[in-house]
Design a protein around this ligand. Structure first.
Ligand SMILES: Cc1ncc(COP(=O)(O)O)c(C=O)c1O
Length: 382
């Protein structure tokens, strides 16, 4: 049978490759400390779990793609409190079933691949979903490297003048996975003004906006004219709710109109009991502060250790990732393999694209106790 060739050509999702190597070492050592995959293990706050349980009704019908007014208002309220940006809960907000599905499907509404204007820009190293979706949708591809010397921000001037008019969708992700870098509001402003000039959509994936250890990161929502901007956020990281699959989409009415056509077809409406728990989570900041302090404590164990060992934490001070330059230019996969032999898993930077060469990513998702143990395990091999 002939399947989608783009899917058949696609290499194994990098973490699947890591899984094989991990299994072998885990069998030998009887366990691993896994800084590889960014899946938080923190407890979902009790009041959110209670809100979910109390929202489960006797009968359950199809949820509407438009979402519950209560959830949309909770998201709009959060945008106002957090970024000082007023968005219309009725016309500019949608709940998603986690941000991944919304990220994956955006090319379907934003790109007409039969037109000249069909290029999707992604940045690398980066979260792979925007690129994979563009590949599967048969879009034109442009990958822009995030270089340390440029603050891990794409150098917009490096993009050829002739290309701008063929761009349909431009992905950015700050705070950035994997580098931890944040973007100044001036960058969003520059990108949004180019989007207005060349008529493309800026998609800003802000999954880690609440995991920061310096100044609160900005949002692309803060630009003066956000008519070409769509912002995707999620409760997965800030509220330890990965399993709930709950996020937000905020965009101009014209983009929303297309999303409201598309999403009922894809069947991605968020279940209503999830949305009610999500509304409770968006309204509360205390648990988010607590989440930051949990990750801050882990950072406080690992970061000084790496520095003491002469390793350079090259990335920024947000997200729960540390983007670490390998020692003396050691290849990232060799370095990761060396740590794996001690039972400590990190992700080679090239898992996130070629521009990740020379770095590894540590996701601070193991417990504080495990972070301390990892320091002991690695003390004599770094
Ligand atoms: C940069 C980035 N965006 C989006 C997501 C997806 O998050 P979710 O689908 O859980 O909302 C992730 C998950 O790891 C991520 O790293």
């Amino acid at each position: 049978m002939k399947f989608n060739q783009a899917l058949e050509r696609m290499s194994t999702y990098p973490f699947v490759q890591l899984e094989d190597a991990k299994r072998k070492v885990a069998d030998r050592l009887g366990g691993l400390i896994d800084f590889g995959v960014g899946d938080p293990v923190e407890r979902t706050p009790e009041f959110i779990r209670r809100a979910l349980i109390e929202s489960v009704t006797e009968r359950s019908s199809y949820p509407k793609a438009a979402g519950l007014p209560e959830t949309r208002e909770a998201i709009a309220g959060w945008c106002s409190r957090r970024f000082g940006v007023e968005v219309d809960a009725d016309t500019e907000v949608l709940p998603s079933s986690g941000s991944k599905e919304a990220i994956f499907s955006l090319a379907q509404i934003a790109v007409d691949r039969s037109a000249d204007k069909n290029v999707v820009v992604t940045t690398e190293p980066g979260y792979p979903i925007p690129l994979r979706s563009a590949e599967l949708n048969g879009c034109g591809l442009l990958s822009v490297p995030l270089r340390e010397g440029h603050g891990f921000i794409p150098d917009l001037d490096s993009i050829d003048d002739g290309i701008w008019k063929s761009i349909a969708l431009f992905w950015v992700n700050y705070p950035n996975n994997p580098t931890g870098a944040t973007a100044p509001v001036a960058f969003y402003g520059e990108l949004a003004s180019r989007a207005a000039e060349h008529d493309f959509l800026v998609a800003s994936d802000e999954a880690y906006s609440e995991i920061y250890f310096g100044e609160p990161p900005h949002s692309a929502l803060e630009v003066t004219d956000r008519s070409n901007v769509v912002v995707l956020n999620t409760l997965s990281k800030r509220s330890a709710m990965t399993g709930y699959r709950s996020g937000s989409i905020v965009a101009d009415e014209s983009v929303m109109a297309m999303l409201k056509r598309y999403r009922p077809l894809a069947g991605t409406a968020s279940p209503e009991f999830i949305q009610r728990a999500a509304a409770a989570a968006w309204r509360d900041e205390a648990h988010v502060e607590e989440m930051r302090s949990i990750y801050g404590a882990k950072r406080g164990v690992i970061e000084p250790f790496l520095r003491r060992k002469g390793l350079r934490v090259a990335g920024g001070d947000a997200t729960f990732y540390l983007w670490v330059a390998t020692p003396q230019g050691e290849p990232e996969d060799a370095f990761a393999l060396r740590l794996l032999q001690r039972g400590v898993v990190v992700a080679p930077g090239t898992f996130f694209g070629d521009a990740g060469r020379g770095y590894v990513r540590m996701a601070l998702v193991p417990t504080l106790e495990q972070c301390r143990k990892a320091v002991d395990l690695l003390d004599d091999i770094i």
